[in-house]
Design a protein. Structure first.
Length: 323
C-alpha cells in the first residue's frame, strides 16, 4: 500500500474546480459557438483561434467583488467532500496566482491570488488542496505544446526551454508559497514516448515535488503510469469513466455534472443526483475515489444545478456515510 496516498483513498469524494479566463466566454466567442470536437468550454482559446491579447479581454467580465473561493470550499465541505482540486494553470497557460516565471497570470492583471485564497479557505475548513497543472499543453508559451504542433513540429530544445523556464519554476512556486499541497493533478493522455515530452522531463517534475513536499501525491496523468513508475501515487481514469474492479493501487474518476468542465451556458444535460450518487458509491465500493467538478461563472458563482446536486449528495452522506 501507498502510505502517502492513504488520506486520498480514505477521502473518497473530492471537488474539481475548472475556473479561468475561459469561464468568461461561457462557451461562445463573438457570437460564435465553441468550435469543437468535445464541447469543453475551457478549450475555447485553442478551438476558436483566439489571440492572447483578445483572450485577455475576457477578464473584463470578471466581477472581483463577488468572487470568493471560500464559497467553493464551503460547498465542498457541505457536500461531504474532503479535498478540492483547482485549475492553477489550464491549457491556456494562464496562472491563477502571481507567478514570477510568467506575465500570463492573474497577478499581472489583478491584485488577486486565487491559489492563496483557496489554500487559506481549505485550511480553515479542513480540506486538502489539490492543484491541477497543465504541464504538457500550454497554448500561450511559444514553445508550449498545442495540437497544431503535431503537423508543424517542435524541436526538443525549444520544448525544453518552455519546460525549464515555465513549468519547473511555476511548480516550484506553487509548492513553496501556499503551505501544504495535498496533490498535484497533471493532465496528459498520450504516452510520453509518442509526444515531445521526455521521460526525463516528467521525472524532473516528479522529483521536484518529492524534494519540496514529500507528502504531496501525484496522479498518473503526469504521463507515467503506475505500471511504468510505481512511485506515481494514484491512477486517474478517463474523464467520466467509472471504476469496474478493485485495484492494488489508489485510483480516481474525474467527473462532470453535465459535460463541459469550464462553465458553458448551453451545456445543460445535467445528470441526476441519484446517478451521481451511484457513481460515487460504485467507485467507493471498489476502494476508488470520485472527484466531481464545478465550473463557476466569471463572477465566481457555482451554477445552481451543480450546487443543488452536490448538497443533496452531502445530505445523503450525512445519513448514510461513514464520517
Ligand atoms: C482534459 C482536459 O483537456 C480537459 O479540458 C479537462 O481539464 C479534463 C479534466 O482533462 O481532458 C481529457 C483528459 C484525458 C481524457 C479525456 C479528456 N482521457 O484520458 O480520457
Amino acid at each position: 500500500t501507498n502510505e502517502r496516498a492513504q488520506w486520498f483513498t480514505d477521502s473518497r469524494f473530492g471537488m474539481f474546480i475548472h475556473w479561468g479566463i475561459y469561464s468568461g466566454a461561457e462557451g461562445f466567442w463573438k457570437g460564435e459557438k465553441l468550435r469543437n470536437d468535445n464541447d469543453y468550454a475551457e478549450w475555447i482559446m485553442y478551438r476558436n483561434r483566439i489571440e492572447k491579447e483578445e483572450y485577455l479581454t475576457l477578464l473584463d467580465r470578471f466581477d472581483w467583488d463577488e468572487i470568493d473561493p471560500e464559497e467553493w470550499a464551503i460547498l465542498a465541505k457541505k457536500s461531504g467532500m474532503k479535498y478540492v482540486t483547482i485549475t492553477a494553470k489550464h491549457h491556456d497557460g494562464f496562472g491563477l496566482w502571481n507567478s514570477q516565471a510568467s506575465d500570463f497570470d492573474l497577478g499581472n492583471y489583478t491584485n488577486r491570488d486565487i491559489i492563496k485564497e483557496l489554500s487559506e479557505a481549505c485550511q480553515k475548513h479542513g480540506l486538502k488542496l489539490g492543484l491541477y497543472y497543465s504541464h504538457w499543453i500550454d497554448w500561450e508559451h511559444e514553445f508550449g505544446w498545442d495540437h497544431t504542433k503535431e503537423l508543424s513540429g517542435i524541436t526538443a530544445e525549444d520544448y525544453d526551454q518552455y519546460w525549464q523556464e515555465k513549468v519547473i519554476p511555476q511548480v516550484r512556486e506553487l509548492l513553496t508559497n501556499y503551505g501544504e499541497i495535498g496533490m498535484f493533478w497533471f493532465d496528459m493522455w498520450i504516452n510520453h514516448s509518442k509526444t515531445v515530452v521526455t521521460k526525463a522531463q516528467l521525472l524532473q517534475l516528479k522529483n521536484l515535488i518529492r524534494e519540496l513536499q514529500p507528502k504531496c501525491i501525484v496522479n498518473s496523468r503526469l504521463g507515467l503510469s503506475i505500471e511504468e513508475d510505481p512511485d506515481v501515487d494514484f491512477k486517474t481514469l478517463g474523464d467520466n469513466q467509472l471504476g469496474n474492479k478493485k485495484e492494488n493501487f489508489p485510483w480516481q474518476s474525474p467527473a462532470t455534472v453535465a459535460h463541459s468542465w469550464g462553465f458553458h451556458k448551453s451545456d445543460t444535460e445535467w445528470k441526476s443526483t441519484s446517478t451521481l450518487l451511484k457513481s460515487l458509491i460504485g467507485n467507493v465500493s471498489l476502494n476508488g475515489n470520485f472527484m466531481l467538478n464545478i465550473g463557476p461563472r466569471a463572477n465566481g458563482e457555482v451554477p445552481y444545478e451543480i450546487s443543488q446536486r452536490m448538497l443533496e449528495m452531502g445530505k445523503w452522506l450525512d445519513v448514510n456515510g461513514e464520517s
